[in-house]
Design a protein around this ligand. Structure first.
Ligand code: SUG
Length: 416
């Protein structure tokens, strides 16, 4: 059995739109009311997956959820006087950001030697709070092999849980036993703290993690205030490397010391605030990068185009590459449609360390399937959505047909 990291990207759903639903997510609120381009958005996501596969990485995907969510509208007793933001919440394609689908603890870290996944309850934002049931059904299918996986329901809704976006795993290599770091926020600022400490602690306990191989650390309040609504907007880890903004954590030095004590080989790349401000980090999404180890062994940072657009970020990256650090390459990808809603390359993927052979193969990607995905998207995804169309029966019909065609092509009829 060969354990490797598999990235499960969310396919951008046909209802992708800019409703400005996430307070504290500055890109999303800034672009509220803009026209979105779902077809282009989904094709950008597929192109990113193809580029990662071309580096020799294992790639999977998760599907858009059924939208509009009629059960959610029913639960809201929605009528013609209902707040448009709630109606938009039933249409949101936000499940595309699969870093918020679940928290994953690979088999080498857990008490029973299986890979554990806990679906995120996402209770802080109304439009995301109704994702978990359909996401859970999908995870139970994709990771249904109970010899290798245990999929848990959400933690109690009194504790907000946003999944892997607030979780970093360190290990000398993916298949070895790791150190799991959970990052939580404290409420009280102008923006909500979306990850509750107790949610993280519950996840760690139910995954059977060794308490000596877990850290719970607080996110800096200043980072949340600056628009880092998840830790993965200001930090990312891969194997023994941490790539972080200087102001990401409430106690950076204490955290680095604790990491070094548990994983002596850890390499910390801290970007100083006087080179890249928190504001630059949030607008460029420098840290919402995929930090990956392709088979060549040369650690690669997959950043969004917005990093190249920012001279301070780009010059820092250029200098970093010229130095002798653990990150050897930078790849640039265009995910602008997702970025406009505050979702970068790292938001779009859920990392699962597992043997790809143990995953339901219908959720694994190869070149031929990527081509089929592209043709379904090109034929059925709406070309554009103006916010005034959200709620219309004509668009609802088009969105349902598009998802149905995708499920049919993939043979995943259980989720229809
Ligand atoms: O939850 N945006 C998402 C972006 C999630 C990014 N994920 C990670 N950082 N891992 C969110 O804020 C915007 C939807 C709208 O406004 O229409 C939205 O939900």
């Amino acid at each position: 059995m060969t354990l490797q990291e598999i990235n499960f990207d969310g396919i951008v759903g046909p209802s992708h739109n800019y409703a400005g639903l996430s307070l504290g997510n500055l890109a999303a609120t800034k672009n509220a009311g803009e026209t979105s381009y779902p077809r282009e958005a989904a094709l950008q996501g597929i192109a990113k997956m193809k580029a990662n596969m071309a580096m020799g990485l294992a790639q999977g995907f998760l599907l858009p959820l059924p939208r509009p969510d009629t059960e959610w509208l029913k639960a809201l007793a929605a009528d013609e006087n209902t707040d448009p933001a709630l109606v938009a919440g039933a249409w949101s394609a936000s499940s595309m950001w699969t870093a918020n689908a679940a928290t994953v603890s690979p088999a080498p870290d857990t008490g029973d030697g299986k890979c554990h996944l806990t679906v995120a309850n996402l209770v802080t934002m109304p439009h995301r709070s109704h994702e978990w049931e359909d996401t859970l059904a999908q995870l139970q299918l994709a990771f249904g092999d109970s010899d290798h996986f245990t999929v848990h329901g959400p933690v109690p809704p009194c504790f907000g849980d946003e999944g892997a976006a607030n979780h970093m795993r360190f290990a000398d290599s993916h298949g070895q036993s790791g150190l799991e770091v959970f990052v939580y926020g404290r409420t009280g600022g102008r923006f909500p703290a979306r990850q509750h400490e107790q949610a993280s602690r519950i996840v760690a306990r139910q995954h059977g993690l060794d308490p000596d191989r877990v850290l719970f650390v607080e996110q800096a309040g200043a980072a949340i205030e600056a628009g880092a609504f998840h830790n993965d907007v200001v930090a990312v880890a891969n194997e023994s490397a941490l790539f972080t903004h200087q102001q990401a954590l409430a106690d950076p030095q204490g955290t680095y010391d604790a990491l070094r004590a548990r994983l002596p080989g850890v390499q910390i790349v801290e970007v100083p605030a006087d080179r890249v401000s928190l504001e630059d980090a949030v607008t460029s999404y420098l840290f919402n990068a995929q930090l990956i180890t392709p088979p060549s062994g040369e650690m690669t940072l997959v950043v969004p185009e917005e990093c190249r657009d920012n001279p301070r970020v780009w010059s820092w990256l250029t200098e970093m590459l010229a130095g002798n650090g653990p990150i050897r390459h930078v790849n640039v990808v265009d995910v602008r449609q997702s970025m406009a809603n505050g979702g970068g390359p790292a938001c779009l993927r859920l990392r699962v360390v597992a043997d790809p052979a143990t995953v339901d193969q219908r959720f694994m990607l190869d070149a031929a399937k990527a081509e089929k995905l592209e043709s379904v998207v090109a034929e059925y995804w709406p070309q554009s959505i103006d916010p005034s169309q959200v709620g219309s029966e004509a668009l609802a019909q088009q969105v349902r047909i598009a998802r149905g065609k995708l499920l049919e092509m993939l043979g995943i009829t259980e989720l229809a």
